[in-house]
Design a protein around this ligand. Structure first.
Ligand SMILES: C[S@@+](CC[C@H](N)C(=O)[O-])C[C@H]1O[C@@H](n2cnc3c(N)ncnc32)[C@H](O)[C@@H]1O
Length: 313
């Protein structure tokens, strides 16, 4: 089969929504080439990992690439992708250059193109995330290893927003907590919560592809007794529960929409961990959280992204 590579030159802020658009259009294995990755000193800090070629990276902005089968619908699919990306401007998302190029690749190239970027990564002192196809030996006694097969769901577990959420979970989670993970994607945060000691975790995602991916990863990590994965819009139709922690790695706009419901649902000593928030939207989200009845406990930052730990007042 022939495949077409679609490459979008954009901004860090637009990477997640564009990756979602590409997933929804049926493309496989989104690759993100962000020059910030070249500046990370993975080898000295984390004893790992990457062998990155600077020639693959833009000088400014980020390249988001995905692979579409070459068939009679390709033209229409590309037009739909372009339209959906341009619609992001209506949500005040900066698209930067927003140039879109299409090129043909062979099957072998695309099948391995994204996997070469995905290696075991030490996310925090305690947690390492490794793709299922890498053999990884636990290096330290108290190390918690999460195995992930990202499939077509967001993401590899190494995105700054995911890392920040895991760091926040480590700070607030107590043994025996009930947790809800809104927008679970691959299930990575639910798996982390279960492995960090949560008693039960509800993992919600609107996207069926994510739900299927999270179910697979939950089993792979043997936490199916603790984690229940369901297709659900935000916190809609929640009956019992009263979790002590809600974690939501979504876009700033969606976090704002979720804030009042999160305050209602959480237990009285509850924490709301939010991310997917680009730095320039931090104050808007903080204001909304405060007006929903939260006190801002801590703001964590990584690259252009923030995560906010908010405590129910
Ligand atoms: C940025 S990804 C986060 C994935 C994962 N939690 C992580 O931290 O890597 C956001 C996820 O939220 C899901 N999502 C978006 N809107 C949603 C909604 N209204 N209700 C539930 N999930 C939603 C998307 O399908 C996507 O899987």
């Amino acid at each position: 089969m022939k495949w077409s590579e679609i490459c979008i030159h954009t901004t860090q802020e637009a990477v997640e929504p564009i990756a979602n658009i590409l997933h929804e259009s049926g493309s496989s294995g989104v690759v993100i080439e962000d020059p910030m990755d070249l500046q990370k000193d993975w080898s000295s800090v984390y004893g790992e990992i990457y062998d990155l070629n600077p020639g693959d990276y833009p000088v400014e902005g980020v390249l988001v690439k995905a692979y579409l089968p070459v068939n009679s619908f390709l033209g229409e699919t590309v037009d739909e992708i372009k339209e959906a990306i341009n619609n992001l401007l209506l949500h005040q998302i900066d698209l930067g250059e927003n140039t879109i190029t299409i090129s043909e690749v062979n099957e072998e190239e695309w099948a391995t193109a994204w996997k070469k970027y995905y290696k075991p990564v030490k996310i925090t002192e305690r947690i390492t995330i490794t793709p299922t196809w890498e053999e990884y030996k636990q290096e330290r006694q108290n190390e918690t290893v999460i195995e992930l097969d990202p499939g077509m769901a967001f993401g590899t577990g190494t995105h700054p927003t995911t890392v920040l959420c895991i760091q926040a979970l480590e700070k607030v989670l107590k043994q025996g907590d009930k947790v809800i993970d809104v927008g679970t994607g691959t299930g990575v945060l639910s798996i982390a919560a279960a492995k960090l000691g949560a008693e039960s975790v509800l993992a919600f995602d609107l996207d069926d592809v994510a739900v299927q991916s999270a179910k697979i990863n939950v089993k792979l990590n043997k936490v199916q007794d603790k984690v229940t994965v369901k297709q659900n819009n935000l916190l809609d139709n929640l009956t019992d529960s009263a979790p002590r922690v809600i974690v939501a790695n979504l876009l700033a706009e969606i976090v704002i929409r979720l804030s009042d419901d999160a305050a209602k649902v959480l237990s009285s000593d509850g924490y709301f961990i939010t991310s997917g928030i680009i730095k320039n939207k931090k104050d808007e989200v903080k204001d909304k959280l405060e007006s929903s009845g939260f006190a801002i406990n801590e703001v964590l930052e990584k690259e252009d992204w923030v995560a906010i730990i908010a405590e129910k007042r």
